[in-house]
Design a protein around this ligand. Structure first.
Ligand code: CO8
Length: 259
């Protein structure tokens, strides 16, 4: 399938790479891009060869937010009935394979929210994160007021949402928004290496681990711990648990079958 606002490729036969590609608009998110992103993610999700997905943008911008020229014409009825842009948000949330955001340049507004929807963020040194919606008379609309405080705490989230201040990669790493910061020219190498590492893990364990970590944001501690315990127990029904433990004890490399 070909896309107009994305470039899609497979790396090492097992990593699905999606590059946002609206260069003139700094990858501003519009309905077409979000529809195509939903389709590309579902295609990788359905492809057995793919074990991990990397979502990235350009050097200058991961995504500079929702498309302001599209939004500027909208009335309440348009955004409410059309579920502007966020209608595919649930698709990304439902992807069960790990998704890494490789962020360089601006990740603003919906762009920051899109990165936060991924499982973890690897940032280039030039990355800048922000929720500057307030400057144009709106508020974050795809998780910025919810995921950001969970990621970096209330005080810094309020600071970003109320003052529209951008934070650089170093501050984002200190705050826990991103997992690592790397030189710009190493960003894709690092993201692909992380993705290939994940692809080498037993896939059922990777998917269960993702599900369990995500539950931490939805459940009480007691419910989350019980959810984790049940998933943990279920790993003992997999062939890869036998293989992983047998290989460890025999001091050999495991051969996982993702079963
Ligand atoms: N929408 C549309 N076009 C954009 C956007 C955007 N968000 N951001 C940049 N562009 C366009 C510019 O209009 C410009 O186009 P042109 O060349 O035709 O004039 C081109 O990209 C290059 O931009 P600049 O010339 O401004 O480049 P600079 O390097 O000077 O500045 C900035 C880069 C700082 C990123 C600046 O462009 C900027 O501030 N952009 C807007 C950032 C912003 O406010 N983002 C939040 C948007 S609102 C939002 O995301 C709400 C989300 C709600 C939920 C929906 C989920 C997705």
């Amino acid at each position: 399938m070909s896309y107009e606002t994305l470039q899609v490729r497979t790396e090492a036969g097992q990593v699905g790479v999606i590059t946002l590609h609206r260069p003139k608009q700094l990858n501003a998110l519009n309905d077409q891009l979000m529809d195509e992103l939903g389709a590309a993610l579902l295609a990788f999700e359905a492809d057995d060869a793919i074990g991990c997905i990397v979502l990235t943008g350009s050097e200058k911008a991961f995504a500079a937010g929702a498309d302001i020229s599209a939004m500027s014409k909208f009335e309440f009825a348009d955004v409410y009935q059309g579920d502007f842009i966020t209608r595919n948000w649930e698709t990304l949330r439902r992807i069960r394979k790990p998704v890494i955001a490789a962020v360089s340049g601006f990740a603003l507004g919906g762009g920051c929210e899109l990165a936060m929807l991924c499982d973890f963020i690897i940032a280039a040194e030039n990355a800048k994160f922000g929720q500057p919606e307030i400057k144009i008379g709106i508020i974050p609309g795809a998780g910025g007021t919810q995921r950001l405080p969970r990621a970096i705490g209330k005080s810094k989230a309020m600071d970003m949402v109320l003052t529209a201040r951008l934070v650089d990669a170093a501050e984002a790493e200190r705050a826990g928004l991103v997992s690592r910061v790397v030189p710009l020219d190493k960003l894709m190498d690092e993201a692909l290496a992380a993705a290939i590492t994940i692809c080498g893990m037993p896939r059922l364990a990777a998917m269960a681990a993702k599900e369990a970590v995500n539950r931490a944001f939805e459940a009480t501690l007691a419910d989350g711990v019980m959810f984790e315990r049940r998933l943990f127990h279920s790993m003992f029904a997999t062939a890869d648990q036998k293989e992983g433990m047998d290989a460890f004890l025999a001091k050999r490399e495991p051969v996982f079958r993702h079963r």
